[in-house]
Design a protein around this ligand. Structure first.
Ligand code: SAM
Length: 242
């Protein structure tokens, strides 16, 4: 056995994520910032068997270990520019949660809402996710607060929860669109508000005037919005993509 054999690993996905987030833009930068985001983990292959998740409902939260499949082809560099530092300070990649890592592996704590098995498909309903639709899952573990939650930990430049003091308002057109495109099982107005309160714009635009009209997609909807004052986002309208 060569040294390479023990230092290189191959894993099969055990599931795939269904998420309202269809593109990277506007996905929250960490889980649990947008509680209205609901998704599903569809177990796949040999893992699509309800025995693997027996008793998992006892846990309110799960660690989801996944592959950054949307950016893995873009490689990585030892230094990255975290948005939390305004995007203009370089930090060691392993001192950040950047998607561009030596191994494109992510980990998110999500809320487990429900476990459903139907038509030979085992499904974990989750919320608070920060994951792109179609994200491959390589592992799931229960979140165990007595060990995983270190409430007095130092988190350097990421100590404080990001600012969410922006006000989000809906135009009359948007209020009509919210009724027209109502989704089952999702409070769309709340989801859009929580997503926009994170200020999805590039870090350098924070706190700056900006007359650009931005588009973001959630489910099959394209939502247009604009920053109309330093502290206010106006959601203009919403259209269906397909
Ligand atoms: N909580 C995870 C972690 O710490 O490993 C992910 C943090 S990462 C900063 C979150 C960002 O990853 C999201 O805002 C989104 O832009 C991006 N993202 C989510 N799913 C992805 C995927 N499957 N491929 C590439 N990028 C993804």
């Amino acid at each position: 056995e060569s040294a390479d054999d023990v230092q290189s690993f191959q894993f099969d996905a055990i599931g795939v994520i269904e998420s309202p987030y269809q593109e990277k833009f506007a996905i929250p930068r960490q889980p649990n910032l947008v509680s209205a985001a609901k998704g599903r983990i569809m177990l796949t292959g040999l893992a699509n068997n309800s025995e693997l998740v027996r008793d998992i409902e006892q846990f309110s939260h799960l660690w989801v270990i996944f592959v950054f499949h949307g950016t893995q082809d873009q490689g990585w560099k030892p230094l990255v520019r975290p948005p939390r530092l305004g995007g203009n300070v370089k930090t060691g990649v392993l001192a950040t949660r950047s998607t561009f890592r030596p191994n494109p592996i992510g980990m998110s704590v999500v809320k487990l809402d429900n476990v459903v098995t139907n038509k030979q498909q085992t499904i974990l309903h989750i919320s608070g996710l920060d994951l792109l639709n179609g994200t491959p899952i390589v592992d799931i573990k229960p979140y165990v607060p007595y060990s995983d939650a270190i409430t007095d930990a130092n988190a350097g430049f990421a100590q404080e929860q990001p600012d969410t003091s922006l006000t989000v308002i809906f135009s009359e057109q948007m209020q009509a669109d919210l009724i027209k495109y109502e989704q089952d099982d999702c409070d769309l107005a709340l989801l859009i508000e929580q997503v926009l309160k994170q200020d999805p714009r590039p870090a350098y635009k924070r706190g700056r005037a900006d007359d650009k009209v931005y588009g973001m997609s959630l489910y099959n909807l394209n939502i247009q919005w604009q920053v109309i004052a330093l502290d206010t986002i106006l959601v203009l309208n919403m259209t269906q993509v397909d």
